[in-house]
Write a protein that binds this ligand. Structure first.
Ligand code: GDP
Length: 365
């Protein structure tokens, strides 16, 4: 499954947040292919639609979809030059699909700040600069390789070189690679092989004090303002409280704890959902009395590819898919009921699966 890497300066609350994630972890038996490593937390993705389906179908088993978080501790100023095992951590970031950047937005005299004061925008920039320096190395190497072809008159190499130089300028100006305006296809051709750290999708976590969980504070506001142009989400939460919430197993107690704090939903739940969206992931469901299950696919996938997530035979032998929209299932209560009113669609190979579709695949074996 896809992974989000948690990064940030020391003492901003990464471990606290990661512990909260790991406490609410998924039942491993259902996900035999997950990475089991100490710095990887596997969590189920909360989904109200799965609850609705469960209520209607009353299956023997319910399996939510999952997402993995990797704790990438140890990024410090100078990491790109190897400080504090810097290169190892930067290599870890290269492997993840998206970045969750935790920023300290709480005051606490007992918790030392590595730079001596709370300044989320400056903190974020320290991390950004390390990642940008690493990306600059990658870009410069590729420029050298591409220049040979361009000099020999290769038109494709020439065009690529132009873009690579734009990336270089962007990074040298202290901006992240993701901020360069470029269409997806060209981007894939120019930097697809580089796994640039600052080209990965990002979301920010403003770790605030307990009293600012609902409202945010001056620090989280500054952070929001500073990342506006990146179009990135900022999730405001209090890691210390999230860690307490995650300890509560009983659903009723859990809900009570949240309402005591005036929260509709835990910050962790918000973070998981936002990460899922950030990765461009959507969910479809299969619903039977034996099992109601959520499946993860990438937005834009067609029915056969989506079927392949269940089993490769489903993709190879794909004939058609029967598709029910969740609202229709809710209204007519059963598959038979939906069918009767003609609301079940029969779709072919070209059907692009939509978020929330309830799928039934027909295939040849
Ligand atoms: P990391 O180095 O980024 O992994 O940071 P930690 O999670 O180890 O947190 C560093 C210190 O900050 C610990 O003493 C935590 O208890 C404290 N801390 C973490 N989150 C919060 C928070 O939301 N509020 C306050 N006041 N302290 C926090």
């Amino acid at each position: 499954s896809l992974q989000c890497g948690i990064v940030g300066l020391p003492n901003v609350g990464k471990s606290t947040l990661f512990n909260a994630i790991s406490t609410g972890k998924a039942e491993a038996a259902n996900y035999p292919f997950c990475t089991i490593e100490p710095n990887v937390g596997v969590v189920t993705v909360p989904d109200e639609r799965l609850d609705i389906l469960t209520e209607l179908v009353k299956p023997q088993k319910v399996i939510p979809t999952i997402i993995e978080f990797v704790d990438i501790a140890g990024l410090v100023k100078g990491a790109s030059q190897g400080a504090g095992l810097g290169n190892k951590f930067l290599a870890n970031i290269r492997e993840v699909d998206a970045i969750v950047h935790v920023v300290r937005c709480f005051q606490d005299e007992n918790v030392v700040h590595v730079e001596g004061r709370v300044d989320p925008v400056f903190d974020k920039e320290i991390i950004d600069i390390e990642l940008q320096l690493k990306d600059l190395e990658s870009i410069e190497k590729k420029i050298q390789r591409t220049e040979k072809g361009a000099r020999a008159g290769d038109a494709k190499a020439k065009a690529e070189l132009e873009w690579l130089k734009k990336y270089k300028e962007t990074l040298e100006a202290g901006k992240n690679a993701r901020s360069l305006q470029i269409d997806e296809e060209t981007k894939e051709a120019v930097i697809g092989d580089l796994q640039l750290l600052t080209a990965k999708p990002v979301l920010y976590v403003a770790n605030v004090d307990e009293g600012s969980m609902l409202t945010g504070n001056e620090y989280s506001e500054k952070l929001k303002e500073a990342v506006k142009h990146e179009g990135a989400d900022v999730i405001v939460l209090c890691a210390a409280i999230e860690s307490q919430i995650s300890e509560i197993d009983d659903p009723e107690e859990h809900a009570m704890f949240l309402s005591e704090y005036g929260l509709q939903e835990s910050g962790l739940s918000k973070l998981i959902k936002a990460s899922y969206a950030l990765l461009n992931l959507i969910t479809y469901f299969t619903a039977g009395v034996k099992e109601v299950r959520a499946w993860t696919i990438i937005k834009g996938w067609k029915a056969p590819q989506a079927a392949g997530v269940i089993h490769s035979d489903f993709e190879k032998g794909f004939i058609r898919a029967e598709v029910i929209k969740i609202a229709d299932y809710e209204q007519y209560k059963t598959e038979a009921g939906v069918k009767e009113v003609g609301k079940m669609a029969v779709e072919g190979k070209e059907y692009v699966v939509a978020d929330g579709d309830i799928m039934h695949f027909r295939f040849n074996v």
